[in-house]
Design a protein. Sequence first.
Length: 377
Amino acid sequence: MNHLGRRRSVTWLALIVLVAGALLATSCASHDSTSTTPSLRLGIAYGDRLVWMSDEDLAAALDDAVTVGARWVRADLSWQDIQPDGPDGYRWHLFDRVVTAATSRGLTVLPVLAYTPPWARSAGCTADKCAPADPEAFATFAGAAAARYAPRGIRTWEVWNEPNIPGFWQPAPDAAAYTTLLRTTSRALRHTDPSAYVILGGLAAASTENAAISATDFLTAVLTQGGDRLVDAVGYHPYTYPYLASSRAPQGTAWDRIGRTQDSLRGVLSAHGTPDTPVWITEYGAPTNGPAHVTEERQAAIAADAVPTAARTPRVSALIWYTDRDLGTDTASNQNFFGLRRGDGSAKPAFGALRRAVEALGERGPPLAGAGRMGKH
């Protein structure tokens, strides 16, 4: 064979090897169960606190989100805060401050539409966690919120918080009533903003007992009533402490019930023909004092483990840590101690652990602006 022919043969052989290698790499990647989920959205949850902070405290709280590498801020857009006195007036300035401060830092706000002012509650119900007496009135509020904030880049909405437990849906959880609220609200949001992305309110990892309804039982009931056509994602709060998210406890953990167990969210979604619906973990964390708490070192380990575990968990699209700072010092309740910072503002080990985990992931998902919606109305 002459030299020209030999060079051509070598060139073709090299090309074949390169193509075969690329195909093999693609095949391996597609079958690698540990590959990271694209565009995992990372955030911090603040509840109903941001609207009441001073400008200085608001800036510090959101600066913390930026420092740990979060791109999302989950905050209550409380109906009670915005319309406390009746349906004719709005106190948008409260939430406007939050949106302005967040967007100036490159953060995307995930509003939680929830909580009922006195004038909109059923007779005899005295808490803001009461279900709205008129779902259409709540939907009107949601539509007005979309009209105000969609032009400012807010396209993702979570409808209520933990509606499957009595602490957040009073007098008692009711999947049918929640589905009605979800139907009217999603319709109002999408009428105002066709690109609105609607998340089913983050379900608590509860058991079906003492008036609570488990996340899977509640989701089953909602989907049976057509809820699969109303949402683009399912919110879930799989608190696992003292276990890590990656732990395989004998009895299973709340994280296992995303998709590892027979009775799982993924199983429910698959049974109703929507196996690809994303799960957004809109709260996750661990308390460092009060009943059933963990040490600060264990909280740090939980934070460090949660990010890579979420990235590896199929169909998990977001991980939002609750919360940035302890709420108080009363040890009668562990709810005061979920912060990355102590009440005095000093950082717990979890602050640095979460930041390093986000850095190690090496990928911060872009803010979602309606892209990838299932298009269900």
